[in-house]
Design a protein around this ligand. Structure first.
Ligand SMILES: NC(=O)C1=CN([C@@H]2O[C@H](COP(=O)(O)OP(=O)(O)OC[C@H]3O[C@@H](n4cnc5c(N)ncnc54)[C@H](O)[C@@H]3O)[C@@H](O)[C@H]2O)[C@@H](O)CC1
Ligand SMILES: Nc1ncnc2c1ncn2[C@@H]1O[C@H](COP(=O)(O)OP(=O)(O)O)[C@@H](O)[C@H]1O
Ligand SMILES: [K+]
Length: 507
């Protein structure tokens, strides 16, 4: 699914109005109906609804919702931000409709002294500014926002917490942005909602569809996407009835060292569960019986060194290589990694210590085979690409690096981002905080390797791998809880994740 900037969303709004066609006021009524229904399903008439409405269409939405909730028996009060200019367009029509209805208290805020007294049980609805915000808030609107944030009440933001920009918030003033408990966003998630530092403003958020025109959506170009279950399903190859294990490739995993053999075990199991035909796990000598015992399905290639990786086997049998989890950064390991970079001809995934070695030898980055997959967590990415002030800036670095090196960069986090060599960026929404646990990155490396070995194109392997890893984590959390989740659970539930994908493709 495409993600749009707030500017592009306004274009799709306009396209819908012209081509559906639907009047501006009716589209606003439709948006308001979605918001009203959501609120009515979760709150009761005991809660008074206090609306803060701004001068634009976001304020118009708030006015329309206040009227619709009043029709359903809610007590309401509206506080209109009044700069001394009359309302125009749909907000003006909605103000008139409220006056005619006569059920909602109507007030104006011309100075901060007009800010109301509220009861803690009142629900505050933030309709000050939405996607039309053009600069950080200051003056009266900023004072209103700070007053709202100082109250203990629950705040529901319409479309966007007022003061938050849809994309880049580098120059924004944090205390002048509404801290919502819940954000009801219209039609598309806003890009800034996917950044961890903005959770304090959005609270939980939900997308409410308002029926924007599919053609308008289709013809608005975007390089940003949210990974979609249906699209992922289409990327998973169907297995022929006559398949044999040779059909699904042979993965080579280079992972583990003394004290970190768990990384090899976790990644190996995940790789097999992702469906590779064959797996060879390359381990230091001391790891031989560990891997043979823990993962009997894997073949073992034994390093001449007792405790670290120093030499890789003949690469000719393998259809994909994964390297990094738990290998350490000792000098012989660094040397072996560099040799591998020069020899490898098949798709390859680099994780963990392999990335740390690359960060210390940045000139090697140019030697990365085209379409290599790099899976850094934010710390590893910082070492590779340098500091950034916030997530927006970090994803720009990520996209630039993917383009320059012609590689795929999977930057792991709550919303993992996957940057492609052609500049496209995918956000993944599966996964949960239970996955912030030792070894869950190793399982991701194993999954992506398993998919690469089966000849999924690297871009698909990255997207499918990240999505399935998160989905398996979500299914595991349902049975084992978020708190108790461990990395092996993700692998254990990978099968159920695949089954869920099949149930989608059946339609
Ligand atoms: N027809 C549409 O376009 C629809 C729009 N919808 C709503 O409309 C919103 C967007 O409406 P608008 O484009 O009118 O924009 P907003 O309502 O977000 O605000 C725009 C107004 O605020 C002013 N403004 C912008 N930044 C400011 C700042 N820093 N300080 C003071 N004033 C500032 C602008 O000059 C303008 O008057 C969406 O967020 C959504 O809630 C929905 O009703 C769905 C349909
Ligand atoms: N809050 C979260 N929500 C969703 N996924 C998460 C969350 N925290 C971590 N993850 C996922 O868990 C994995 C952690 O990887 P990593 O940091 O490399 O862990 P480790 O080094 O312990 O293996 C990543 O795939 C990441 O996207
Ligand atoms: K708002």
């Amino acid at each position: 699914m495409k993600l749009f900037s707030t500017k592009q969303i306004a274009e799709v709004d306009r396209f819908t109005i012209e081509n559906e066609p639907v009047t501006d006021i009716d589209l606003m009524e439709r948006a308001a109906m979605q918001i009203t229904t959501w609120i009515d399903q979760r709150f009761s008439e005991e809660n008074k609804m206090v609306f803060f409405a701004g001068p634009g269409n976001n304020g118009g939405d708030a006015l329309a919702v206040s009227r619709q909730l009043a029709e359903r028996g809610y007590r309401g009060a509206v506080y209109l931000l009044d700069f001394g200019k009359p309302l125009k367009g749909s907000p003006a029509i909605n103000w008139k409709r409220l006056e005619e209805q006569g059920k909602v208290e109507l007030h104006r805020i011309q100075s901060i002294d007009d800010f109301p007294e509220t009861n803690p049980s009142d629900i505050l609805i933030d309709g000050l500014f939405g996607s039309g915000l053009s600069r950080p808030l200051e003056g009266l609107p900023a004072s209103i926002v700070r007053k709202i944030n100082g109250l203990p009440n629950k705040v529901i933001a319409i479309d966007i917490p007022s003061g938050l920009m849809g994309e880049d918030n580098s120059g924004n003033i944090p205390e002048n942005i509404v801290n919502a408990y819940f954000t009801l966003t219209l039609q598309f998630p806003k890009i800034s909602f996917l950044f961890s530092e903005n959770e304090r403003y959005t609270g939980s958020w939900e997308v409410l569809p308002i029926g924007l025109h599919p053609e308008g959506i289709a013809q608005t170009p975007s390089k940003l996407f949210l990974v979609d279950k249906k699209e992922v399903t289409g990327m998973i190859p169907r297995r022929s009835r006559f398949a044999h294990k040779g059909t699904f490739g042979h993965a080579l995993l280079i992972a583990g060292s003394y004290g970190k053999m768990g990384a090899s075990v976790l990644a190996s199991k995940a790789c097999l569960r992702a469906g590779t035909g064959l797996l060879t796990s390359h381990v230091p000598r001391m790891g031989y019986s560990i891997i043979q015992t823990a993962v009997p399905e894997a073949m073992t290639s034994v390093d001449p060194h007792d405790s670290i990786f120093t030499e890789f086997p003949d690469l000719s049998p393998f259809t994909a290589v994964g390297i990094g989890p738990g290998i350490g950064v000792k000098s012989n390991t660094r040397k072996a990694l560099h040799e591998l970079l020069e020899k490898v001809q098949v798709p390859i995934v680099f994780d963990a210590d392999a990335l740390n070695i690359l960060s210390e030898n940045k000139e090697w980055l140019k030697q990365l085979p085209e379409n290599s997959i790099l899976t850094p967590h934010p710390g590893e990415f910082r070492r590779l690409a340098g500091e950034s002030v916030n997530t927006w800036e970090r994803i720009q670095q990520q996209r630039q690096m993917a383009r320059e090196l012609k590689v795929i960069i999977v930057l792991k986090g709550a919303f993992t981002t996957i940057a492609m060599p052609d500049g496209k960026l995918f956000f993944n929404a599966t996964g949960n905080p239970g996955m912030a646990t030792a070894g869950s990155g190793d399982t991701l490396t194993g999954i992506i390797l398993g998919l690469l070995a089966q000849s999924l194109p690297p871009q698909h392997a990255a997207v499918v791998g990240v999505f399935l890893h998160g989905l398996a984590g979500d299914l595991a959390a349902r049975k084992k809880s978020i708190n108790a989740l461990i990395a092996s659970d993700i692998t254990e539930f990978l099968g159920e994740a695949f089954l869920e994908m099949e149930s989608v493709s059946a339609f």
